[in-house]
Structure formats: C-alpha cells, structure tokens
Design a protein around this ligand. Structure first.
Ligand SMILES: C[C@](O)(CO)[C@H](O)COP(=O)(O)OP(=O)(O)OC[C@H]1O[C@@H](n2ccc(N)nc2=O)[C@H](O)[C@@H]1O
Ligand SMILES: Nc1ncnc2c1ncn2[C@@H]1O[C@H](COP(=O)(O)OP(=O)(O)OP(=O)(O)O)[C@@H](O)[C@H]1O
Length: 300
C-alpha cells in the first residue's frame, strides 16, 4: 500500500467537570466528549523518514517539527513496533488550531490509524488506544468518536448512547488559547475562593438528554468548568456566547479550553441560520455548522 487516508473528527465537551489538581500536574475529570462533523484528513505516504506537511485552514499555525502531534504519533507507533519506519504525513486541516476542539489530537489519532495500515502492522484498536493515551488526554477520544465519557485525565473512556443527531454551530475565535494556561487559570480562580472543589460526577440529566436526543434538554445541561478561566483570559468570548443566545441557540458554551464557542441548534436548518447570523456579527469571522455524534478515526 503506497498511501492511506484517515478522516478524524473534532470534539466538543458537553460536560467538562474538573477535579482538584493532581500531583502529576493533571486534573481528574468527568469529561463527556461528543465528536462533530468538522474533519481533518491525515494522508500517510511511503517515505524514508518521518515528515509532515499541513494544508488548508490555519495551516500556518501548525508546527512541522517534532512538536507536531502527528509526528509524535508516528514515532510512538514505530517505537511500539520496535522498528525504524518512515512516512510522509500530509494533514488537511479543517479543525481550528488551539481552539479547544482537539485538532492536534485528531491528527495524532489519524496518524496512528494511517501508519498502522501503511506499515502493515495490524495492531488491534486496544493497542493503538494505549499509545493514544500516552500522546495526550484527548487522543483516545479522537480515535473512538461518537459520544463518550472520559475519566482520569479524560483518557479512560466509556461510550455513551445518544438518541439522535444534534446540530451545532462553532464560532472560531481569532488566535488560540493554550490548554495548560486555561487549566492553570482555572486553578488560580479556584485558589482565590475558599470553596471546596467537588469531586466530578457524571450529570444524570445530561445523560438523559443525550439518550433521548432532546436538544432542548441538552442545551440546558451543557457545563464546562474551564469556561470561567477561558472567559477571564479572553473576556470578549462573553459577547460571542451572548450573540448565539440572542440568535436562539438552545445552549451556548466554550468548547473545552476554548476559545471556540459552541452553540446548540434546534435542527440543521436552524444551525445554518445561526451560522449565517453569527458570521454577520462582529463576534466571529467564521461560524461553522456541524452535527454529532460522528465516528472517530476511520480509513477512507
Ligand atoms: C480541555 C480538554 O481538551 C477537554 O477535552 C482536555 O482536557 C485537554 O486535553 P489535551 O489537549 O489532550 O491535553 P494534554 O496534552 O494531555 O495536556 C496538556 C495540559 O493540559 C493540562 N491538563 C490536561 C488534561 C487534564 N485532565 N488535566 C490537565 O490539567 C495539563 O496542564 C497538561 O500539561
Ligand atoms: N497536528 C497539529 N495540529 C494542530 N496543532 C498542533 C498539531 N501538533 C501540534 N500542535 C500544537 O498544539 C497546540 C494546540 O493545538 P490543538 O489544535 O490541538 O489545540 P486544542 O484543539 O485547543 O486542543 P484540545 O482541545 O485537545 O485541548 C497548537 O498551538 C500547536 O502548536
């Protein structure tokens, strides 16, 4: 096989409950991931060495060296297989960069699946999931897709049933936010109050809303403990969230560590209207309609 193409979705977190800071610098989470129809493509072609090029939206903001998560994934897979392999990776980018939608994680998951195929390793999904968890907390979910709850760092996943499709709009912000900085700001805001940090619990009404496919209920139960930190670091996101609510969004939330904002729509037509309305305001230049859940990393 001389070339393999894998399609990988973005994610939004419909519940992100953040526990206390752990000794290893991470936080225990209850992280309800939902994969949405904004996709990066990772193409893996035969090559002597491991390289990456990036095309498409926001390509100039993606590193091309060992910082690139797709390169790290290819190297980790070759190490796991115990051999020296080469691959020329091409990332066709549609997921906002540093936007809280797991774009880098998607590319890492895509590279794992594509190289497993290109190099004829035939590793089972469970092995790839283990390598994925070492690459980053969000990478296992990018492999799995659908809707799932992640505990621990977010890497220990259980699939969740959903009763239908949900329709979303994602308002892309100018410039990204660093995930580590947003978690640190969350800790700083918490330290400034004497309130005890509750141990994260999966929300029963959220589960019910997902299971019944009821967008109105889901909109009411969206939560993100990182949102206050993202708003503190990027105060103008409050206007973005407000603009979505004014245009009839059933729910408005910062996506993960932000700064992308996610809006839940009543149906596909409403999502298109909302996207058009938001892109004519001054809160965002790019508003992308999408639906979920969609599958994780798949060879196309
Ligand atoms: C915000 C989310 O996107 C929600 O899904 C994730 O929790 C972040 O996942 P990610 O980008 O894959 O993050 P990682 O690459 O594993 O970690 C980046 C940094 O985020 C912080 N981090 C991440 C996950 C976690 N459970 N607790 C943390 O405190 C740590 O400072 C870590 O150094
Ligand atoms: N393949 C990649 N695509 C995008 N960014 C990458 C990639 N590899 C490494 N990065 C680096 O990772 C940083 C975070 O990018 P990414 O798009 O993964 O953020 P994110 O969507 O906020 O992540 P998450 O939602 O998982 O916290 C970028 O600033 C970039 O320097």
């Amino acid at each position: 096989m001389s070339s393999v193409t894998v399609r990988v979705p973005a994610k939004v977190n419909v519940q992100l409950s953040v526990g206390p800071l752990r000794e290893d610098g991470y936080h225990d989470l209850v992280n309800v991931f939902h994969a949405v129809s904004i996709f990066d493509e990772v193409v893996a072609k035969e090559s002597e060495s491991i390289t990456v090029t990036v095309e498409g939206n926001w390509a100039d903001r993606v590193p091309l060296d060992d910082e690139n998560l797709a390169i790290q994934a290819a190297r980790a897979l070759a190490k796991h297989a115990g051999r020296t392999y080469g691959v020329a990776l091409v990332i066709k980018k549609a997921i906002p960069v540093a936007g809280g939608m797991a774009g880098g994680s998607a590319d890492a998951a895509g590279a794992l699946v594509a190289c497993n195929e290109l190099w004829g390793l035939g590793l089972p999904f469970e092995d790839l999931m283990e390598i994925a968890g070492d690459l980053g907390s969000d990478v296992p979910f990018s492999m799995l897709g659908g809707t799932a709850v992640g505990i621990g760092r977010g890497e220990q996943l259980s699939e969740l049933p959903t009763g239908g499709q949900f329709h979303w709009v994602f308002a892309v912000a100018e410039g990204g936010l660093s995930t580590a900085t947003v978690y640190a700001e969350c800790d700083r805001l918490r330290a400034a109050t004497s309130a005890e940090i509750p141990w994260p619990q999966l929300s029963d009404p959220l589960l019910e809303a997902l299971g019944s496919g009821d967008a109105r209920k889901l909109g009411a139960y969206l939560t993100n403990d990182l949102q206050p930190a993202a708003l503190k670091l990027r105060p103008q996101l409050a206007h973005t969230l407000e603009a979505g609510r004014e245009h009839g969004a059933l729910g408005a939330i910062v996506s993960g560590s932000g700064p992308t904002c996610a809006f839940l729509a009543t149906d596909a037509a409403h999502a298109d209207q909302l996207a058009t309305a938001l892109s004519t305001t001054n809160v965002t230049r790019t508003a992308i309609p999408a639906h979920g859940p969609v599958p994780g990393a798949v060879v196309v």
